[in-house]
Design a binder for this molecule. Structure first.
Ligand code: PMP
Length: 362
């Protein structure tokens, strides 16, 4: 007998559960298109060469201990992370208006930011795009916010539903929080143009909507770290406030190291000091302090211009390989991967098979 005997079996996570099923399948031809993790042309996971080098340097450094980090994480990592997303010349950084705390990858950054807002911000509604990464509504709801949606993707044009987005954000209550994918929107891959971002920025500022950027793919959309950060920098340049959740899972391939950062751009330096003090109160009872290895690797790479450059080259190679997989074969299907078997016939079947073959073996 168990006091837990009445517990129901929970469903597998819709994304991570696919990997569980994949790992159980003994077939040599199996393909895992579930989890968002980079794979090489040979289908293998990749540890970047620059990451291997940084790890070697850390291992060989006898002055390194395994002491606890402060609640807010590794200070140098936080500074470099803010610089990476907001730009080296960011006025907000120079004016000490940016607070950055190291968090458990992108997910942890979103959660800490969400709990901070639930405790200290006057409006508890957060607007998330439809569709969005499946974890978003769960993270923010558990953080104490109320998730609502705004229109984002238009299946008819396979593009952005810009009018729907504008309509929905225009009718959001003043001061609502709005979750924005900084680039490489998950799951559609559709991003606003620079012009559209500018209109979104003006609309949001005019209604005092608070931007909460999720940057899980900086460098993956265009191959350039700076280009992918441009929308975020437009919002910082107007002097307004925002939240930023950064992840190094994809762009440095540090998935399992759980390394990320939450930045809050504040209106003034003294507000930033108080915001930081309250972030510590969110983090301390949640996990006390963050891990040491991942941010040490990131800081080693970001502080050294040669290693930084090597990273940008390896990052661009990953981005280019993904971009080249998107080539057109005149095959039309919904973005969720569903195909109508009735659309196939003995004439077009070989073309479909060849196209899928070419796309996955190129
Ligand atoms: N945001 C988005 C849009 C994502 O796609 C992901 C990862 N799939 C994350 C955040 C968080 O990932 P992680 O916690 O591994 O950094």
């Amino acid at each position: 007998a168990s006091v837990f005997a009445g517990i129901a079996q929970a469903p597998e996570d819709p994304i991570l559960g696919v990997t569980v099923a994949f790992n159980k399948d003994p077939s040599p031809v199996k393909v895992n298109l579930g989890v968002g993790a980079y794979r090489t042309e040979e289908g293998k996971p990749l540890v970047l060469n620059v990451v291997r080098c940084a790890e070697q340097m850390l291992i060989n450094d006898p002055s390194r201990y395994k002491e606890y980090l402060p609640i807010t994480g590794l200070a140098e990592f936080n500074k470099l992370s803010a610089k990476l997303i907001f730009g080296a010349d960011s006025p907000a950084i120079q004016e000490n208006r940016v607070v950055t705390v190291q968090c458990l990858s992108g997910t942890g950054s979103l959660r800490v930011g969400g709990e901070f807002l639930a405790k200290h911000y006057h409006e508890h509604t957060i607007y998330i795009p439809t569709p969005t990464w499946g974890n978003h509504p769960k993270i923010f709801t558990l953080a104490g916010l109320t998730a609502r949606t705004y229109r984002y993707y238009d299946p008819a044009t396979r593009g952005l539903d810009f009018n729907g987005l504008v309509e929905d954000l225009s009718s959001a209550p003043l001061g609502s929080i709005v979750l924005l994918h900084a680039c490489a929107h998950n799951p559609t891959g559709v991003d606003p143009t620079v012009d559209q971002w500018e209109k979104i920025r003006q609309l949001m500022r005019s209604k005092s909507l608070l931007p909460f950027f999720d940057s899980a793919y900086q460098g993956f959309a265009s191959g350039s770290l700076d280009k992918d950060a441009q929308p975020v920098r437009m919002f910082v340049a107007d002097g307004g406030e925002l939240l930023m959740a950064q992840s190094y899972a994809k762009n440095m391939g540090l998935y399992g190291e759980r390394v990320g950062a939450l930045s809050i751009v504040c209106g003034s330096a003294d507000v930033a000091v108080r915001v930081e003090s309250q972030l510590k109160l969110v983090i301390r009872p949640m996990y006390s302090s963050p891990p040491l290895h991942g941010p040490s690797v990131v800081a080693t790479i970001l502080r050294d211009s040669e290693m930084f450059n090597e990273w940008t080259v390896e990052l661009k190679a990953m981005a280019d390989r993904i971009i080249s997989m998107r080539q057109e074969y005149h095959i039309y299907m919904t973005s969720d991967g569903r195909i109508s078997m009735a659309g196939l016939n003995m004439k077009n079947l070989p073309h479909l098979a060849d196209a899928i073959h070419a796309a996955v073996t190129k």
